[in-house]
Every structure is written in structure tokens, then in C-alpha cells.
Design a protein around this ligand. Structure first.
Ligand code: ADP
Ligand code: MG
Length: 660
């Protein structure tokens, strides 16, 4: 150790990560190569980007490459690049901490169950630290493009708790990552193992990856002639004679040879790219260990010229609903890498989409600030959004629905945000949405609006839906009784976003969305004449009774009416608006500090129910009050799943039960 050597501890999260890796999390060890080559390629991309402004950063070394070399004696594998490099501070920051937002939270979610954790960690992406899957010591020697040769830095760790950094001298710009391989992983010193991993993982990156190759020089023409002439018994003799001379001419030597294709994948024509290549490229840009669900690759020409390659990950990121979540596309301008996580090109409800956008029209010196309010940005965004929606709708129409089911399970509630966020594409988004419905006897969300409409009886003009806190509450809701009796399908919405979304949308293909809890539920032609007459007659006949119930309940209700929606239940409550706020929504709003007025209900009564008949026949004033209260409480309980004063309710029920 030299004077300037400093020992530092890893951030707690890094330690946790490293101990997971040490327990050989991966069945697929060779991913470490993808990660390290990927980092080297990123470093070269960053240097190229810098050079757009200032060519001088190249110095005398503008031939950018990544090099792999194995030393069988020392059992080391070195991955070198002449990219942007790192300073001492940067190396400590990048290789000692995990800078992702919400990291601590993520680690709290780890359970200690390896199978589950490895799933999670795969989504999180371990990047550089994957080196410790195969190495028991990692040495990184790096010289930043801005640093002098004697201001390079050496970082070293055995991947347990600490690392050291010291200032060293390095002749060339860039980074060498030197892996001291574990005894059981020395296969990564073998030429063919490395080659096959590189072609698998790195064909698509735009930087050449090189390995040393032994070259036998081609024989000169007159040598060949010589050979041909000497094809007789004297051959051996002749050869022997010239041996020394020939050896000098044909001496083997080594040379760096490019082993990957090194053409940015998205610039190639889609028909020449295999599925495996698309998948590998996805892993390179997304840091995901899983294959993507689908992808779409488009070259667009015309007013704007750009290429987009968009992917849907198989799993939603664990921080999908974290506001600080980084998302967006990798932005290139004329094939020069500009930035990661350019979130300007995808709307919020498509924030899970990963991919690349390569624009020919944006200026090379574009910054986040410029992107923010550029007209071109919004045009590109609208183009990319359309491409993404097309990709999703294609998957939705696939005969094999497996992918779409996965997609819907992972991203359904995010897509719904689009109904409010993206008015322009509302119809396309509606077509992506899948609902639970009374048509199914399970909670599965697999009914599209097209399915629903195709099943609507001719007389039905509206789309009926119900929002509730859970599927169980929705499926057994008394509000569905009439609909069930008439065989009318009702969509059941039970996700958090549903209430908010359904308050904002009014119609789809000229069919209105009507909540089955709406105050003025109009069944239109679905209600037959007789029923309507019966309801009107009942209302007239029971005018006094209804008034009496209203008086008994006082301030708690705004009105008491004869219902048209119940068959088996005595009563239900209807809110003021088009839709009633569920208890869950109330709690949410209250938790966010909003003051909510006490909800006032209209009580609807089913005159055919025995309990109601009993109430109507009750002559004792106090008992009438109690029964009326019970009928209201029951209705609130069924709707909200809770009462403000449960104890009072229990007391009431008990007293009514005991009174013979
Ligand atoms: P990610 O690539 O997702 O950022 P990694 O763990 O792979 O995460 O790398 C962490 C950081 O370390 C990178 O973002 C980069 O800043 C730095 N880094 C890693 N390898 C290199 C390299 N070869 N050259 C320059 N910087 C590097
Ligand atoms: Mg990386």
C-alpha cells in the first residue's frame, strides 16, 4: 500500500448485494461479461458524446475499442476500454454505492428467500458488482479523460465489506477491470468461452470488442510456387534446408482482432435481426435479466427522421409507482449517445417502456433543458407514443393471449392512467383495457369494451359499471341485483385508480358509462313498462310511509325512495353525485389531508322485501325508528364495508333480535 491508499467501506446496500452475489445467485454466471462490456461500451459512448463538443478529448487515441485479455498464469481476465474513465471521486461514488433512488426501500423488500430475492435483484440490476460472481478480487484501474497519466486511480476489493483506492499512473485514458477469477471459474480464461459469450452478449453494441489472436502470416506467392514444385520425394529434404529462413518469414504473432459485429442494432434492418439479438440488446439497455415481453422496431422517414426500438419488460419495475423512478428512452442523435432515461418521449402511463430513440433532427448538443420545451420533442413523443400503443394493441389482438395477460397483470393499472392523461389516444387506450365483469365467475380481468358491447342486448344503450374496494365486495354488491335478473353485464372495477379514472371518462364509442350506483339510474329501454308502472304505483301508494321513514332518519338522509335496482335486498344507499365515493377513496382523501363533508345518502327501499313490509306494519313509534335505522345501517354497511359507529349498530341489532 502506498501513502495515498485509502480504505473505505461499501454502502450498506452494496454489502447486502455482494453477499447475495457471493451466495451464487446466478445460474447464469456469464452475465458478468455482459455487464462489464456494457459498462465499457457506455463509457465509450460518453466519451464520444463529449467529443461532439470538443474533439480534443480523443487526444492521440481516437480508435475506440473494448479489449478482453486473459492471463492463464495469473488467472486474471481483464476488460479494458479507452472510454471516459473515472476520477478518484467518481470511482468511489460509482463503485462503492448504489445511487438509484429508492435503493434502501428496495433492499427492505428482500426476504432472505433466495429464489424470490434473485427475481427481485434481477429487476434491480446489479451491474458492475456482478464481477464478484466469478472473481474473488476485482481491481479497477481507471484514468479519466480529463486526468493526467499520474492521476489515474486504482480501486480494489475482495467483495466483502471494503475496498481500497489509491492514485496510480496509467499511460492511456480509460478503464481496466481486472478479475482475479475464482478457482471454479477459470473457464473464463478460455478463448472459446469468451468468444461465444461476446458474440452472444455484445454483437449489437456499436463498439468493437477485440481479443488477441495468433496470426500465421500468409505465405508469399513464390513460396507457394515453391511448394507446388516441390511436391515430390525431395520435399522434406528441401524444407529442412530452408528451415531457418522460412521460420523467420512465417513466425506467428499476435494481433487485436475484432470479434463482435459492432453495429448498433437499431441501425440495422429489422429483417436481418434475429429474436435473440433483439433480446440481448434489450438486456444491454435495460439491465434486466429476463427476456422482454415484446418489442417494436421502426425506422421513420419524412418530416422527422428517427428510429425507435421499444420494449415492454416482462416484469414491472419494483418502483413503478415511485414518483422519483427514473424512466424513459436511451436517446441518440445521429447514432451518438446523448443520454439515458430521456423521459420526454414517453407519456407517464407508458413509463415502463424501455428502448432507444435515435433522432436525425435533434441537435447533437441537445440538453434536458432544451428537450423540455422543444416542438420537435413533442412531435417525437407523439410518434413514439403511437408506436408503443400499436405494439400493445398488436399484442392485445394476438391469438395467444399469454403475453397480453402478463402485460395486463403487470401494467394494467398504469395504462388506465392514460385515459385521463392522453386524451388524443383515449380510444386506443380504451381498447387495451381489460375488466373484471359479471359475465365471468372469477375476478380475472379479461373483458374488453369490445367484448362488452358485442354482448349488449339491442335495447341497451349504456355501459354499466361498479367500483368497489375489492372484487368480493363488487361481485356480491346489492346494486347488481336488477342487472343480474335482467342478464345485463356490469363491469367490476376494484383498483385504486378506477374511481378516479371513471370519474373522468364519460363515454366510449358514443356509449355512456353509467355507474350502477348512480343517483338517477336510468335503465332506459331495459326497464319494461310494467316494472316502471309498478315502481310508480308503489311510490304513490307508499307516499306516507316513505315520508315517515325519512322523518325517522332525520338528518341522515336527503330522501327516501322506492328502488328499481334491488330484488333480494331490502335497501341501498345512493350518493349525491354520479358515483358514490367508496370508503377506500374516502380514507385516501382523508389521509391526504382533505376535509370531506359528511356524505348524505338517498335511501332506496325495496317494497317487496319482507323486512320492509315488517317495517311498514310496525305501529310502535320507537320500534319503527329502530327498524328504519337498521335498514339504513345495513345499506351503508353493504356499500361502504364499514359504519361510523359500529357499536351503536350492534346494540341496535341486539335489541331488535331480543325483542320478541
Ligand atoms: P449502471 O451501468 O447501471 O450505471 P453499474 O453498476 O454497471 O451500473 O456501473 C456503475 C457506474 O460505474 C456506471 O454508471 C459508471 O458511471 C461507472 N462505471 C462502471 N464501469 C465503468 C467503465 N468501464 N468506465 C467508466 N465508468 C464506469
Ligand atoms: Mg452497467
Amino acid at each position: 500500500m502506498t501513502e495515498n491508499t485509502e480504505k473505505r467501506g461499501f454502502q450498506t446496500e452494496v454489502k447486502q448485494l455482494l453477499s447475495l452475489l457471493a451466495n451464487s445467485l446466478y445460474s447464469n454466471k456469464e452475465v458478468f461479461l455482459r455487464e462489464l462490456i456494457s459498462n465499457a461500451s457506455d463509457a465509450i459512448d460518453k466519451l464520444r458524446f463529449k467529443a461532439v463538443q470538443d474533439q480534443s478529448v480523443y487526444g492521440n487515441d481516437s480508435n475506440l475499442h473494448i479489449r478482453l485479455s486473459a492471463d492463464k498464469d495469473k488467472k486474471t481476465l481483464t476488460i479494458s476500454d479507452n472510454g471516459i474513465g473515472m476520477t478518484r471521486d467518481q470511482i468511489c461514488e460509482h463503485l462503492g454505492t448504489i445511487a438509484k433512488s429508492g435503493t434502501a426501500e428496495f433492499f427492505k423488500n428482500l426476504s432472505g428467500d433466495q429464489a424470490r430475492d434473485s427475481q427481485l435483484i434481477g429487476q434491480f440490476g446489479v451491474g458492475f458488482y456482478s464481477a464478484f460472481i466469478v472473481a474473488d478480487k476485482v481491481t479497477v484501474i481507471s484514468r479519466s479523460a480529463e486526468a493526467a497519466p499520474d492521476q489515474a486511480v486504482c480501486w480494489e476489493s475482495d467483495g466483502t465489506g471494503e475496498y481500497t483506492v489509491s492514485t496510480v499512473t496509467k499511460a492511456d485514458r480509460g478503464t481496466d477491470v481486472i478479475l482475479s477469477l475464482k478457482e471454479e471459474d477459470t473457464e473464463y480464461l478460455e478463448d472459446w468461452t469468451l468468444r461465444s459469450a461476446v458474440t452472444k452478449y455484445s454483437d449489437h453494441i456499436s463498439v468493437p470488442v477485440e481479443m488477441l489472436e495468433t496470426v500465421k502470416p500468409e505465405k508469399k506467392d513464390d513460396d507457394k510456387k515453391d511448394d507446388a514444385e516441390n511436391k515430390d520425394e525431395n520435399k522434406d529434404e528441401n524444407k529442412d534446408e530452408n528451415k531457418d529462413e522460412k521460420e523467420a518469414e512465417t513466425a506467428e504473432y499476435t494481433e487485436w482482432k475484432q470479434i463482435n459485429e459492432a453495429k448498433a442494432l437499431w441501425t440495422r434492418s429489422a429483417k436481418d435481426i434475429t429474436d435473440d439479438e433483439y433480446k440481448e440488446f434489450y438486456k444491454h439497455i435495460s439491465h434486466d435479466y429476463d427476456d422482454p415481453l415484446v418489442w417494436a422496431h421502426n425506422h421513420v422517414e419524412g418530416a422527422q427522421e428517427y428510429t425507435s426500438l421499444l420494449y415492454v419488460p416482462k416484469h414491472a419495475p419494483w418502483d413503478l409507482f415511485n414518483r422519483e423512478q427514473k424512466h424513459g428512452l436511451k436517446l441518440y442523435v445521429q447514432r451518438v449517445f446523448i443520454m439515458d432515461d430521456a423521459e420526454q418521449f414517453m407519456p407517464g402511463y407508458l413509463r415502463f417502456i424501455k428502448g432507444v430513440l435515435d433522432s436525425n433532427d435533434l441537435p447533437l448538443n441537445v440538453s434536458r433543458e432544451i428537450l423540455q420545451d422543444s416542438k420537435l420533442t413533442s412531435k417525437l413523443k407523439s410518434g413514439c407514443t403511437k408506436k408503443a400503443l400499436q405494439m400493445l394493441s398488436k399484442m392485445a389482438k394476438d391469438e395467444n393471449q399469454d403475453n397480453y395477460k402478463t402485460f395486463w397483470k403487470e401494467y394494467g393499472s398504469v395504462i388506465k392512467e392514460g385515459l385521463v392523461e392522453d386524451y388524443e389516444n383515449r380510444e386506443e387506450i380504451f381498447d387495451l383495457i381489460r375488466f373484471a365483469s359479471t359475465h365471468n365467475d372469477s375476478s380475472e380481468q379479461n373483458v374488453s369494451l369490445q367484448d362488452y358491447i358485442s354482448r349488449m342486448p339491442e335495447k341497451q344503450k349504456n355501459i354499466y359499471f361498479l367500483t368497489a374496494a375489492t372484487y368480493a365486495a363488487a361481485a356480491s354488491s346489492p346494486y347488481l341485483e336488477t342487472f343480474k335478473k335482467k342478464g345485463i353485464e356490469v363491469l367490476l372495477l376494484t383498483e385504486r385508480v378506477d374511481e378516479w379514472v371513471m370519474n373522468q371518462v364519460t363515454e366510449y364509442k358514443e356509449k355512456k358509462f353509467i355507474s350502477v350506483t348512480a343517483s338517477d339510474l336510468d335503465l332506459g329501454e331495459l326497464e319494461d313498462k310494467e316494472e316502471k308502472e309498478k315502481q310508480e304505483n308503489q311510490a304513490k301508494e307508499n307516499e306516507d310511509f316513505l315520508k315517515k321513514v325519512k322523518e325517522a332518519l332525520g338528518e341522515q338522509v336527503t330522501d327516501v325512495k322506492v328502488t328499481n335496482r334491488l330484488t333480494d335486498t331490502p335497501s341501498c344507499v345512493i350518493g349525491q353525485g354520479n358515483q358514490m365515493m367508496t370508503a377506500q377513496m374516502r380514507r385516501l382523501l382523508e389521509a391526504s389531508g382533505q376535509k370531506l363533508p359528511d356524505e348524505k345518502y338517498t335511501l332506496e327501499i325495496n317494497m317487496d322485501h319482507d323486512l320492509v313490509k315488517q317495517l311498514a306494519a310496525e305501529t310502535d313509534e320507537n320500534r319503527f325508528k329502530d327498524w328504519a335505522q337498521l335498514i339504513l345501517d345495513e345499506a351503508i354497511l353493504a356499500d361502504q364495508g364499514a359504519l361510523k359507529e359500529p357499536a351503536r349498530y350492534v346494540k341496535l341489532v341486539n335489541s331488535l333480535l331480543l325483542h320478541k
